[in-house]
Write a protein that binds this ligand. Sequence first.
Ligand code: AMP
Ligand code: ZN
Length: 430
Amino acid sequence: MFWDRKTETLKRSTLEALQLQRLQATVRRVVKKVPLYQHRFAEYGLKPGHIRSLADVSRLPFTTSADLRASYPHGMLAVATDDVLRLHTSSGTTGKPKALFFSRHDVDNAAELMARCLVMSGVTRQDVLQNMMTYGLFTGALMMHYGAEKVGCLVIPAGPGNSERQLLLMQDFRTTAIHATPSYALYFADFLEKHGVNPRKDLALRKAFVGAEPYTEETRRKIEQGLGIDVYNCYGLSEMNGPGVAFECEHKHGMHLWEDNFLLEIIDPQTGEPLPDGQSGELVLTTLCSEAMPLLRFRTRDITSIIPERCPCGRTHRRINRITGRSDDMLIVRGVNIYPQQIERVLMSLPQVGSNYLIQLEGLDEMIIKVELAKAGFDGQVEHLVHLQSAIADRLRTELLVKPKVELVPPGTLPVSEGKAKRVIDHRTL
Ligand code: AMP
Ligand code: ZN
């Protein structure tokens, strides 16, 4: 099913011609309106007329989160303040936030892309979508909300947390789809089990859109089993409208990234050099349709790769693989590079492990991993616990090459955050 079949299935040559035309227009506009780009272009000796092909994108300067912070509050605006309709800020960071502006066209366009995503995964106007993301300065909930309304769903703006109320809404209004972070979806599956609710029999849930933080295939399976539904991976970031940048189709193999709106590159995060399709690196995106705050070559820090093959669904927009982590998420423990996703992959593949874990770094490079047991994971025999603990530590050692200390804790005892999960606490005194 398609929301905008013509655009979603454009011939590659037509799509690329459209991208070039939009890239050139974006470049002309930012050089006219945005001081940061005026300075960078002058510094690089670059003129808008130098951008003659899509490959010329690599001549353009990068934009980083630090640039956005330095331009706070209004420095990146490319329209008059009267033409701005909405302000969001980006979450998850310390210090000054990043101000993100949207014009009327931008808000409508974000909803349009979201509608494409939802219909791509089989949502129709018959669906009831319970939106469990945080409403507010975070783009996650609001942009999804607008997109689902565009499709004509009944949207329940539940926000995160308060699981009793979530369940009540779900039962009373026959919710068919949810939008949640992976950590909350797992927590909610546990909550249903604890309250004796069998989602397959007692609820009308069919699918979940899960994103806003990295998670693994193992976690997807765990959520699917726990809630008895199909989980679709959804990716986005506030700098690029929020959610709805890339989404899985019915094949659930990589996420189609809307290339008529975003120019997609994968670069080596160390050197900044472009990498060929299929190779893993940092995703860099250039807005092609943004009015209020166009961005050139924004460094997302998210690590992924392009799937160049055509998808059987017929969409021509290329797919990106699941995000395996952020380049700034990497931990160095005893000289070894470790991504939290590697730990999650091991933990979530074990049936005895519950829905939550915490990575704690202490003292002189000691790694302690606190792991919640599954409800059925403890039979009361202490020697089984000791055995499980050392089995988990061994599995992690094989994956990470560093042996962590594993501490098993009862289900539901580790902190759950309402927004994005905080998985790593670093107390090292190195
Ligand atoms: P925000 O700053 O709140 O807009 O968050 C955007 C960031 O959330 C992205 O740059 C990613 O790091 C992360 N994110 C969003 N969706 C996903 C996803 N499906 N998988 C992995 N990470 C994601
Ligand atoms: Zn597809």
